[in-house]
Design a protein around this ligand. Sequence first.
Ligand SMILES: [Zn+2]
Ligand SMILES: [Zn+2]
Length: 390
Amino acid sequence: MKFHIHRGQNQIGGNIIEISTDRTKILLDAGLELDGGDDAPLPKIEGLFDWAGYDAVFVSHYHSDHMGLIYNIHKDIPVYIGEGSYNIIKASDNYKNKPTIMPRGFLYNKKSITVGDITVTPYLCDHSAFDSYMLLCEANGERILYTGDFRSNGRKSFDTLLKALPRNIDKLICEGTLLSRENYVAVTEYDLEEKATDIFRKNNGPVFVLQSSMNIDRLVTMYRGAKRSNRIFLEDVYAADIASAAGNSIPNPDFSDVYAFITSPSKYHLFEKYKHKVGKEFISQSNFVMCVRCSMLGYLKSLAEKMSFKNGVLVYSFWSGYRESEDMKRFLNEFEKMGLEIVTLHTSGHADEGAIKRLVETVDPKVVVPVHTENARRFKEILPNVTVEL
Ligand SMILES: [Zn+2]
Ligand SMILES: [Zn+2]
């Protein structure tokens, strides 16, 4: 089995990894570069866009730096992705009036799929995207494990994943996003829930949470914080559609204390299906935690005319780097002007050094190949007894 990293080795995002035998050629992920923009030129990969030169593409998870190119690849190349991931992508595309992807089949935890002479087995892992998988490729008695993006500080048990993974891997293609922050230890999602609960209890004004609607773990954290501080939880139609697509155990407007709201009449056709739907009047008289996005600034200003934002708080729950974007700066400035306190509550969706070491100890690879990192050398320092191929 051969492998070739077309993109995403010494950078974060844009992963395209080719695995091949004499008979079969597949890709693991087909991602867009994080700072490439929507009109970035397609990478020059023969047989991916103009004709069907690959037998399949397996997508580890729905972040665009792993699957953004799926919309562009040749339609005769079969795509495999988690069913949960697909449902979320479909809901998101539907909201944005965008055509969605058409997978050939779905990935499920530990259910192998064979394409030609390569067998791919997904292993469900925790990440800031729901339904993320590590992908094990087996052919000709050889085994390559690709981690996709993963972490050990989420709500899913890392021990359960480690127990399930095979041992004595030939090659481990491992993400190293956090290795630029040496010795960093990621806070757990549970600790974040405690902090969120404290903040929500301490303030008696409205609480707004600025987070990715697609970060389902974070949605659960904020919902639990709201519940524990006796606040209702408000999701706009987009967040509600994503949460509903993730399954009925994820906080959505079918829950007794979760309500949908709408920020634009053009989305009424998506809003009307919800049992719990509320308008500004109801919201202005409630004790709530509201999920917000930068695009909602106009709506939030009009809400401020109906109620006091005094003693309110805005929880910033993104990676700190996003603070530099123009949209974000404007949004945070406006909130500050409205008198809200801005608090940061975030933890990474990626593996810290401890998680990487535990994974490597468990699967015991002959070789580790770093990807999705700006500090590949750090792998050598944290794994002194392992061969690291830079
Ligand atoms: Zn990524
Ligand atoms: Zn990711």
